[in-house]
Ligand binder design. Structure first.
Ligand code: NAD
Length: 522
């Protein structure tokens, strides 16, 4: 494979402007193409071979609950497939780890090129499979392209000479080498970007992987696997298995797995961490676990904050992708002096949102992922009211056609209330009144999570205090708390939000490598 001699600097993939008729037309055409391909079967990929078993599960369109998006093998029913995938990855690691970094990176650049050519088609799959609006799906595809371009360049950087102190009489070097076989377990909410970013970060670092997508978003992962095959990655470098928790569990507990890269909920992340800590017969290493988990992210609005900007930021961050982002604003903490004025603006903007099918270009809010999410959201709303919250707008759902929940604002929520503490992962915003700025920061820090947060204030001193005291991995000042860009806003959280791996940042790849020092007497 040829490597590019001169790499240009990393730049984020631009978002598509769907107000331009030609772009909207291209997206509509992609949606129709994908519509014609719904309901097909997609197979597993083990050691470069396509595999399927009789036991099947289906992935459905959340906005049209009976529409089948894809059909997949349930590997849970034959876990020898997982074993074979891990063996294939173990075998492939013996050669893949010695492939020069620049050559490995080149595969990612080619994947990025194909993703660019198929941008609208990939986005359209997300419209159907996870109910992303056009803009949200486009953002996901752009982020996936960014991860390929960024991690490719990063690996080339890590493969260069590392700075160490020189001494006479010895020739010393520090080199970063890969770990081994990784279990890649992504969530459904950034089904292309996070899934492909997690997998290919590990692969470009010289590891081989077994990838198990979420069973809510396997089709978009299968489309990515087609691209992986197209660029000709050697067999066994990326293995693809589909199933539920038993499949994931078999990956996590295998003694041949060297590391686990997980993104998902706190409960599953903690469980995986515990399972991974236990050495199994034949295991000769401590498994490394990278676990990025949930959030209970807050926007704090001080009495001197720009309330128009804060209202817009809160609405975008609370309801973008139906609030199903780990970075979504689920708590709006407002100084009581501006509480009523801000709330009025937030409600007005929320009520302007267009709820509908994600296939329509003017939809702002579509369906939540599945029935479980629909039911749990409604019970959280009920709990919020039982604990004294007051529904200001929304509060209901309709699951006759798909899993639609009205963008909901619950005011009069108190610090410590269930809906102020637990991740709901849906379009539900809790509004909490603070006595002053000190109190607002205290409330903001008062959960077990620490992923993203925002502060709106005109005061330098208050913004500085937030910089020091607001304990989150991604803090945003006078802007919304969603929309992290690869390279620009390395992403990861504190406390129960995870291991702070900073996806899209310059340290990220280090988690999939180990340093080897070689000292030679001269
Ligand atoms: P989830 O925890 O339900 O599932 C995540 C993955 O784990 C899926 O692929 C699932 O099949 C797998 N899994 C489930 N049980 C398993 C087990 N016992 N062993 C191995 N694997 C198992 O999460 P989700 O619903 O897919 O995603 C939403 C969650 O992800 C939210 O909590 C959100 O905040 C979080 N998230 C975090 C980040 C971040 O960067 N911190 C980013 C995106 C999403």
């Amino acid at each position: 494979m040829q490597t590019q001699s001169v790499l240009d600097e990393f730049k984020n993939e631009p978002f598509t402007d769907y107000s331009k008729p030609e772009n909207a037309e291209a997206m509509r055409a992609a949606i129709e193409k994908v519509r014609g391909e719904l309901g097909r079967e997609h197979t597993c990929l083990v050691n470069g071979e396509r595999i399927s078993i009789d036991a099947k599960f289906k992935s459905y369109n959340p906005a049209k609950r009976d529409e089948v998006v894809g059909v997949f093998s349930v590997v849970d029913d034959d876990l020898s497939i997982v074993e074979n995938a891990i063996d294939a990855a173990t075998e492939a690691f013996n050669t893949w780890r010695f492939v020069p970094a620049a050559e490995r990176a080149e595969y990612l650049f080619r994947i990025a090129d194909i993703m660019r050519q198929r941008k609208h088609e990939l986005s359209a799959w997300m419209v159907f499979e996870v109910s992303k609006t056009w803009a949200e799906a486009d953002g996901d595809t752009a982020e996936a392209i960014d991860f390929m371009e960024f991690y490719g360049r990063e690996m080339i950087r890590w493969s260069q000479e590392q700075p160490i102190t020189k001494i006479p009489g010895e020739d010393n070097s520090l080199e970063y080498i890969p770990l081994g076989v990784g279990a890649i377990i992504p969530p459904w909410n950034f089904p292309l970007a996070i899934m492909s970013g997690m997998a290919m970060a590990a692969v470009v670092a010289g590891n081989t992987v077994v990838l198990k997508p979420s069973s809510d978003s396997p089709t978009i992962a299968a489309k990515f696997i087609e691209i992986v095959e197209e660029v000709g990655l050697p067999p066994g470098v990326v293995n693809f298995v589909t199933g539920g928790p038993p499949t994931g569990e078999a990956m996590v507990t295998s003694p041949k797995i060297r590391f686990i890269s997980f993104t998902g909920s706190k409960g599953v992340g903690l469980h995986i961490n515990e399972q991974a800590a236990k050495p199994r017969p034949g295991q000769i290493w401590i498994k490394r676990v990278v676990a990025e988990m949930g959030g209970k992210d807050a926007i704090v609005v001080a009495d001197d904050g720009d309330i128009d900007a804060a209202a817009l930021g809160a609405v975008q961050a609370a309801y973008g992708f139906q609030g199903q982002k780990c970075s979504a604003c689920s708590r709006l903490i407002v100084d009581e002096k501006v509480h009523d004025a801000l709330l009025e603006k937030v409600v007005a903007l929320t009520e302007q949102l267009n709820i509908g099918q994600p296939t329509e270009g003017d939809t702002n809010v579509a369906a939540v992922i599945n029935k479980k999410a629909f039911d749990s959201t409604l019970s959280y709303i009920q709990k919020g009211v039982e604990e004294g919250g007051e529904i200001v707008t929304g509060g209901t759902g309709d699951n006759s056609q798909g899993f639609f929940i009205l963008p909901t604002i619950i005011a009069n929520v108190q610090p410590g209330d269930t809906i102020e503490q637990e991740e709901i992962f849906a379009p539900v915003l809790a509004v909490i009144k603070a006595r002053d700025y000190d109190h607002a920061l205290e409330i903001a820090n008062g959960t077990e999570f620490g992923l993203t947060g925002s502060v709106y204030s005109a005061s330098e001193e208050r913004l500085e205090r937030a910089r020091r005291e607001f304990h989150v991995g991604n803090l945003y000042l006078n802007r919304k708390c969603t929309g992290a860009l690869v390279g620009v806003h390395p992403f990861g959280g504190f406390n129960m939000s995870g291991t702070d791996s900073k996806a899209g940042g310059r340290e990220y790849l280090l988690q999939f490598m180990q340093g080897k020092l070689v000292s030679r007497k001269v």
